[in-house]
Structure formats: C-alpha cells, structure tokens
Design a protein around this ligand. Sequence first.
Ligand SMILES: C[S@@+](CC[C@H](N)C(=O)[O-])C[C@H]1O[C@@H](n2cnc3c(N)ncnc32)[C@H](O)[C@@H]1O
Length: 407
Amino acid sequence: MSSNNYNSYSEQLYQSSRDTQDLPVPDDLAQQHSKKLITVIRNEIETNNGAISFQRYMERVLYAPALGYYTAGSEKLGAAGDFVTAPEISPLFSHALANAILPVLEKENIILEVGAGRGRMAADILGFLQQQNKLPKEYWILELSADLRERQKHTIKETIPEFLDKVKWLDRLPEQFSGVVLANELLDAMPVQLFLKNENDINEVNVSWRDDRFVFQLTSSFDQRLVTRVKDIEQELGQELNSGYLSEVNFAAEDWIKSIAEKLTSGIVVLIDYGFPRHEYYHEQRTQGTLMCHYRHRTHPDVFVYPGLQDITAHVDFTAMADAALESGMRVMGYTNQASFLMGAGLMEMATINNDKQLINEFETASQLKKLTLPHEMGELFKVIGFSKNCDISLPAFEFRDLRESL
Ligand SMILES: C[S@@+](CC[C@H](N)C(=O)[O-])C[C@H]1O[C@@H](n2cnc3c(N)ncnc32)[C@H](O)[C@@H]1O
C-alpha cells in the first residue's frame, strides 16, 4: 500500500471511531471505573511501542480482572442492563432447548453450560428436566466472570434451591468429560482480530492512543494465521475482497471449539448465536464488518466509547466454527436458524401446554414467541449449530430445517 493510501485508510478509521452516538451518560462512579481501565490499557499500549491488537483491546475491555465489562459488577443483562438474551426473554427458550437434547440425555448425564450469564437458562433447563423426570446427574457451569458466577448462584438459590447441590461451577474445562455442552451467545463475546484489506496488503487493525482517546491504527499484518485466513476466505468466495474491506476473524472461538473437542470423550455441543455462513459473513456489501456495542439497550458501532462499561460483540462466522469442529474430530450434527430449531424442539406445543395450565399470560407468551422466532427478531439472524463426538444420536430439532448445505 502506498503511504498516501495507508494514511487515508488510517484517517477514515480514525474518523469512524469518533462517530459517537447520542448515548446516556454514565454516572461519576462508572466514569471513574472506566478511567481506571483506560489507564491500564494505555500503559499496555505504551509498553508495546504504541499499539496493541484490536483482539487484545477487546479482551481487556471485556475481561480485564475486576475492571472489564463482564468481570466488573455492572448489571449487563436484562431490562436494567445493556442487552437481553433469549433465556432472559422467555423460559420457553430453555425448555425447548432442554427438550431438544432429551435424546442425548438418555445416554449422557452431565450438562456443561459455558458462559451462563445470570443463570436463567440453567434454572429453566433444570426445572424442565425435573418435570420430565430426566434430571442430569450434574449441571456444570463454566463462567469467566466472578460477578456473573455470583449472580448465577443467586438465581439458582432463588428459583431452584433444591438443585443447588447439582450445579457445580468449574474454573476450567475438565481434562476429559462426556456430556452435553450448551452455550447461548458465548461465541459473540469472544475477542476478535480485525483486518483491513487493500490492493496489495492485508493489514491488521490495532489500537493506539491519540488526542485523548483510543483510535484505530493500521500495520501491515505479519500474523500468518490471519493473512492465510483472509486469503482462504477470498478463495472460497471466488473473488478478492475489495480494497478498504474491513472485517473480523474470531480465532478465539475456533480455538475454544478445538479445546472442547480435545476434552470431550463422547457427547454433543449445541451453540446458539447470531451470525451467518461464511459467504454471507464476508459478503462484498458488508464492508465494515459486524462489530457492535451495547449500552443501556442502545446499539452502536463505536468500540472506544465508555471502555469497560459497554458490551462489544461480533457476529459469528458459522462456517469457521464448523471447520474448527471438523478439524478437531467432531461431526457437524446440525445447523439451522433459531426459529426452525425451536419449532423442531416443540416450542409451540410447550407454549400451548403452559397456557392451558395458565402458567403464563397468553399475551405475554405470544410476545415472547414472536421475539424468539420472527425473522425480523431473533428467528433468522440467530443460528443453532450442533457438533457431536462418539455419539450418533440425532436431534429432531435440527431436522426441522437442515441448513448445513449453506455452511
Ligand atoms: C453475552 S453473555 C451471554 C450470557 C448467557 N448465556 C445468556 O444467554 O444470557 C456472554 C457470557 O459468556 C461468558 N464468557 C465469555 N467468554 C467465556 C469463556 N471463554 N469461558 C466461559 N465464559 C465465557 C461471559 O462472562 C458471559 O457470561
């Protein structure tokens, strides 16, 4: 890249990172908290010759001990937080998911949930399985955030105290285990690497400090894994990405899938998240990638606003997740959108049963079902992918609409 082009791209990124929205202003305490995290990251930038990778920045703002968005004590999920997830919208989501995995629970008796948020899904899955007389021997939770662990314990204590001794919190993945691994909106919360394509070069987008705030900075990428991946993407798309194309690669999520495959002796993995197959993810019109921030239920693109106080996420390239599973010896047992998976898992029948018992008000149920399944809500953008290892049981929920061909 000529130095003129190089500077103009840098400048564009610099300007786009200043595209601040009309967001609510955090209180003084929250701002002081954010300033502490900013100082930690600035120090790291200084000791790294003026820049750190975007992946490292995202990792710090989300997970720096006691200071990151997930690791510190803000509300995060739910109406008083920044965003709402499917298990928080309706217990029917978790009931349908539990119903979907019943065939595997005939053989496996451990459930491992990774990244369990406030613990709603764990409580509702256990509640449902108890009704079905299919309780697992143990329900394990692997959670990075000490704050969320406490909130999960609170939810379990409040809603299903009789199962408190069934739920175990793990510090890391066990060396060997068999069972059912579940995760909702975990992959989108993992730190991604950012790249910018130009005519001659693949640049890694880094983070620096300028004019009293964080800014993007480009360097020619020497990260062979990233360079090779971008070239592979272009080969699969059958065309080069246009000059100026900015996007992400989530190697952390791929490595996480590989580490699960290494340790899982038999069982299945079911992951729910928002994203696309590769040809849609890296579509030529999606020129600015998929990074998104959530603050007080507002969504915006500025990853440098309120470090540590807002969530930062990226959509998931499900083809990359399937490749990681296949490379590490798992089978892709299913891939479909959330609406089809939940329908195939008996969501509608469950909603009717609940209404008959008058457990849930009819209007409320209808509104929850709409949010979970309508194409313009979560039904189409959210996908469910399933992997299996030494387990040939199939799940009817994946058979309702098999989209594996699109990967
Ligand atoms: C977007 S929240 C989703 C929470 C919950 N699953 C839900 O749907 O409400 C992401 C969760 O993943 C956790 N997390 C992120 N990376 C993780 C990892 N590598 N291991 C375990 N938990 C992780 C976060 O702390 C948080 O609980």
